[in-house]
Design a protein around this ligand. Structure first.
Ligand code: ADP
Length: 435
């Protein structure tokens, strides 16, 4: 009897223990596992299987916490993504600097703008940019708690052999959590090289034009004064003065014509009247126009055109002007007598090349890259004396480019020069020009 009782008590105790385990201990272990899963940011924490009141509420709370964490994580990822996407797609260089002037953030555009081979993060502003004004400007913006703007240009170390570049930088203090003192500076970099270069070109152009006009005008005024001072009565002197004035008056006219031509061609406002044109015939027309100059220089002009290089779709008067400028140059800068110019027309694929080779003094190597620039002259006085405006070759280049072509020069100083004018045989408008 007593044995049976002991057995029954043991069975009851075992059953009670099992029930206690199932109802209280197992849910505690499950809650522990679920908490660990939530802490590990597991998206689906294990379910607590218990119908007892404390565990059901704990389990529901755990599910809520897990969902909240999931939502917050998603929101953070979205914000991170949009911030990265915004910074990555900006053309401006963006940088955040802390108060110790260390860079904390830099976008891709900043890397590209400054060819940064190493990450700038955690390096100082001075180390990365080596500009003496940038770091003090950031310090001022931090100290005075206000936006500061500045401009700086790359120095020779930064530009590594590339042309110098100009940057405009807007600095603004950052207050991420509404604190009174800024936690850093947001710097926005804009590359303004193109604007600065255009400004320089314009300034130089105005200076050049003024200079070109000043000389003939001063000469004309000088002769007018001489005439007014009594030279009018000296017929020979008066005639000579008027002759000089006429020459310089013509020069001024020529200058204005050339300037207008270049301005039209450069601003793409000229409508090319393109039609199939025989280039050899255009050349012959020009030779007829300058017969006097050719005879004066006892010059020989040879023409040799391949049969498939004669016809091109061009604006005839424009090409006539090109041939005129190139032939006149060969005559003007060639030897005093016995100038020899050979003009050859060749087909080069889709293009036609017209090469003018002369037996003149040639062009020094250092001048060759600049020879097609406006107002560029090798011997300034010699060109002016010869009546040149310094714009002839610039017109040649602009006409070629307006037709979708190009120009080049090859010369061994002392042994003549070869100027090549190349245009497509079938007209293809340059970008931005009407078809
Ligand atoms: P310019 O009106 O002075 O002739 P261009 O633009 O036609 O201006 O020529 C620019 C400079 O190039 C000239 O001043 C001259 O020094 C040089 N040049 C042009 N053509 C020749 C040539 N065939 N031989 C030598 N020098 C030349």
């Amino acid at each position: 009897m007593s044995v049976l009782l002991v057995v029954a008590i043991l069975i009851a105790a075992g059953l009670g223990g099992w029930l206690f385990w199932q109802s209280w201990i197992r849910p505690i272990f499950e809650i522990r596992d679920a908490l660990k899963a939530v802490a590990d940011r597991d998206q689906h924490p294990p379910i607590v299987r218990s119908s007892l009141w404390p565990f059901t509420t704990m389990s529901a709370d755990l599910v809520r916490v897990s969902e909240m964490l999931r939502d917050q994580g998603r929101q953070l990822a979205d914000e991170g993504f949009s911030l990265r996407a915004i910074l990555g797609s900006m053309v401006e260089g963006i940088m955040i600097v802390d108060p110790s002037l260390r860079i904390r953030l830099a976008n891709d555009a900043l890397h590209t703008m400054f060819d940064l081979t190493r990450s700038p993060i955690n390096r100082t502003v001075f180390e990365v940019f080596r500009d003496p004004n940038l770091a003090p400007a950031i310090e001022r913006s931090l100290r005075e708690i206000r936006p500061v703007n500045l401009e700086f240009q790359t120095d020779s170390r930064m530009s590594a052999g590339r042309p110098q570049r100009f940057f405009r930088v807007n600095l603004a203090p950052l207050f991420p959590s509404g604190e009174a003192s800024p936690a850093g500076i947001l710097a926005v970099f804009n590359d303004v090289t193109e604007v600065r270069t255009l400004e320089t070109v314009r300034r130089e152009f105005v200076a050049n034009v003024s200079h070109e006009f000043r000389t003939p005008l001063a000469i004309i005024s000088g002769y007018i004064e001489t005439l007014l001072d009594g030279a009018l009565d000296d017929r020979e002197m008066a005639e000579r003065s008027l002759g000089v004035m006429q020459k310089h008056g013509k020069r001024l006219n020529l200058l204005i014509d050339d300037l207008l031509t270049i301005s039209k061609l450069e601003h793409r406002s000229v409508d090319l009247q393109v039609r199939a044109t025989n280039l050899r015939e255009v050349l012959q027309r020009v030779i007829e126009q300058i017969e006097r100059q050719i005879a004066g220089k006892r010059a020989n002009v040879g023409i040799e055109f391949d049969s498939d290089a004669e016809i091109a779709e061009v604006d005839p008067p424009r090409v006539e002007q090109v041939f005129f400028n190139l032939l006149i140059n060969a005559l003007q800068y060639g030897p005093k007598e016995g100038v020899d110019v050979q003009v050859a027309g060749r087909r080069r694929g889709d293009e036609i090349e017209v090469a003018f080779s002369d037996n003149g003094p040639g062009i020094p190597y250092e001048d060759q890259p600049h020879i097609f620039e406006r107002f560029y002259r090798v011997h300034k006085d010699r060109s002016r004396d010869a009546g040149g405006t310094g714009l002839g070759l610039s017109i040649v280049k602009n006409v070629a480019q307006a037709h979708g072509g190009h120009v080049s020069v090859r010369s061994t100083p002392g042994a003549g020069a070869v100027f090549k004018f190349v245009v497509p045989a079938r007209y293809r408008p340059a970008p931005g020009r009407p078809a």
